[in-house]
Design a protein around this ligand. Structure first.
Ligand code: SD4
Length: 328
């Protein structure tokens, strides 16, 4: 496996207007800059083209909100978006037709919380925060997490929309058990924010793999895999085939590589490389990472073409396409 010697990124859109894709040169790519000026304002990045979600985080950050609260605001936009079939309301169900959600959060003090396989609750990132702040625990699962949410006043919501039910019923005709991880369009939201105080917080929210086995849990609620933050260094979040992220403890790995002096871009590339080197280059699943360091530098890497991320800084909320790792 030959490593890529250069990873660029392509600007694919902005809040103001969609622009012609432009490949940035190494010098323009913040991730490669040797001398870096600390960010003037807050920064928010999130997986995929979730413009509205990232704008919600950005607005909160600009008004002085802390990084974790802002990151959760971004997650909430997608949790409520019924068109997004990988997060919250309208998320694809498991093979038995039940929607179960996973989420995690981490703040600048190193505190973290997560919920696993939660039914009937939309805002699971906020629930993960409640687990972190209001219980002596880090993780709550299944019925216990749902009951805890209801005790706090979260409302009961049927997460299976008519549309996702129809698609699941279609799937049951063949019921082929191959967890679907759509390479070009799968939509877990992972968000990292750097607030005006220079603190980093993050959130990750997902319904996991479509038509997964009942009880299957991916990387998103596992601290260190789907999300990790060390406020002295930076943070990372993952999307894609969770099993592979868990096996390589991807987000923790990225933060530790940044601690050793690697840029966010180099760290993300190495985390993807760890997966690719084990699997060979015939991989038919996607994994993608985004990372943000304390200086405001951003990195992202993915196995296959099709992954994009949002980046807000200095009033601009832009979507970048990430160059695929594999040459295939
Ligand atoms: C999981 N990483 O449960 C999630 C899936 C995902 O967009 O990211 N989908 O494995």
């Amino acid at each position: 496996m030959k490593r890529r010697s250069f990873i660029g990124k392509t600007l694919v859109g902005s809040v103001a207007a969609l622009v012609t894709p432009k490949v940035l040169s190494a010098n323009e790519n913040r991730s490669f800059s040797k001398i870096h000026t600390p960010p003037k304002g807050p920064i928010s990045i999130c997986t995929w083209n979730f413009t509205t979600a990232n704008a919600a985080a950005a607005k909160a950050l600009e008004s002085g909100t802390d990084a974790l609260t802002a990151a959760i605001k971004a997650a909430e936009v997608e949790e409520l978006n019924a068109q997004n079939t990988t997060v919250g309301l309208g998320g694809a169900p498991d093979r038995e037709g039940t929607v179960t959600l996973d989420a995690s959060v981490m703040d600048h003090t190193g505190n973290c919380g997560s919920v696993v396989a939660v039914e009937n609750i939309v805002h699971v990132a906020a629930l993960a925060r409640d687990v972190m702040e209001k219980t002596p625990h880090v993780m709550l699962a299944g019925k216990g997490a749902e009951a805890y949410a209801k005790s706090l006043g979260y409302k009961h919501t049927d997460l299976l929309t008519a549309e996702s039910k129809k698609e699941w019923e279609e799937w049951t005709k063949e019921s082929q058990y191959k967890p679907i991880i759509n390479i070009e369009n799968h939509d877990t939201i992972g968000t990292l924010c750097l607030d005006k105080n220079g603190n980093i917080g993050g959130a990750c929210s997902t319904s996991g793999l479509s038509y997964k086995m009942k009880g299957r849990v991916g990387d998103s609620p596992i601290i260190g895999s789907g999300l990790f933050i060390d406020n002295t260094i930076g943070g990372a979040v993952a999307t894609g085939m969770g099993e592979e992220v868990v096996k390589t403890v991807g987000s923790f790995l990225i933060v530790e590589l940044m601690r050793q002096g690697h840029s966010p871009q180099e760290a993300c590339d190495e985390a993807i490389h760890r997966i690719v080197e084990k699997q060979g280059d015939t991989i038919d699943f996607q994994v993608a990472y985004i990372a943000l360091d304390k200086q405001g530098r951003v990195g992202s890497s993915c196995i296959h073409k099709g992954f994009t991320y949002m980046h807000y800084e200095n009033g601009e909320n832009q979507n970048f396409e990430v160059k695929k790792y594999l040459h295939s």
